[in-house]
Design a protein around this ligand. Structure first.
Ligand code: MN
Length: 228
């Protein structure tokens, strides 16, 4: 067997303390997982079934590479999020089994063309053009789960040009990581290499070319990048 043309390389993330990289299969994202962010988006927070969307795996921006300001928007928003990287998968995964499937943790930005998102929401159209554009998922290196200490007190935050824009503890998530992964596994068969963006706290706002971003899952992972 040979391919008709050379396939693009598999997108991958650095792993803290390792020369190996984490190959990315898919990127799943949960929407409206922090109550104050749901409210700032004009919707009531809901505890029911999580709302999911996807980004292409090759939307990741890694290793501190600059992020190009995307076309066809004048309202590029930051959403800082904890990112969970799966090291195993399955269908209909029990909540109690989720921890053993987690490869590691990182911090990422669910960049959003907010003006396009408003337009597609109003028309009842899919979110892809607002969420899944090129370079829409800048990510840190992953900290392996064996080394990571992540609990409800862990702080997620984003600074832009040295000013704090978003900050929350993970206890503020409506759906926790086991619940998110278990729910996703009822919709998709999950695999090692799948990333899950776990939602953003309030404080989302517009970015400009030249902005310097510092995202942290404090004590676990950090990402420094720049919009160009
Ligand atoms: Mn988000």
């Amino acid at each position: 067997m040979s391919y008709a043309f050379t396939p693009l390389p598999i997108p991958s993330l650095p792993i803290q303390g390792s020369d190996q990289r984490y190959p990315v299969h898919r990127i799943f994202c949960i929407g409206r997982n922090y109550a104050e962010h749901a409210r700032e988006m004009g919707v009531a927070p809901e505890a029911g079934t999580p709302m999911f969307f996807c980004k292409p795996a090759d939307a990741i921006v890694t290793d501190g590479t600059d992020v190009p300001y995307p076309p066809l928007t004048s309202e590029l928003h930051h959403e800082v999020e904890m990112v969970v990287a799966l090291g195993g998968g399955g269908r209909d995964i029990a909540v109690a089994r989720v921890p053993e499937l987690i490869f590691g943790y990182g911090v990422g930005l669910d960049l959003t063309r907010r003006d396009l998102q408003r337009q597609v929401k109003a028309k009842g159209h899919p979110w892809d053009i607002a969420k899944g554009f090129d370079h829409s998922a800048p990510l840190s290196a992953l900290q392996p789960a064996s080394a990571a200490h992540v609990d409800g007190r862990t702080v997620l935050r984003l600074g832009v040009n040295g000013t704090l824009r978003q900050q929350a503890t993970l206890a503020e998530m409506i759906h926790d990581v086991p619940a998110i992964v278990a729910a996703l596994s009822t919709l998709f068969e999950l695999h090692a290499g799948d990333l899950v963006f776990t939602g953003t706290p309030s404080g989302v706002a517009a970015l400009q070319r030249g902005d310097e971003l510092h995202a942290e899952l404090v004590g676990v992972a950090e990402l420094r990048t720049r919009i160009v």
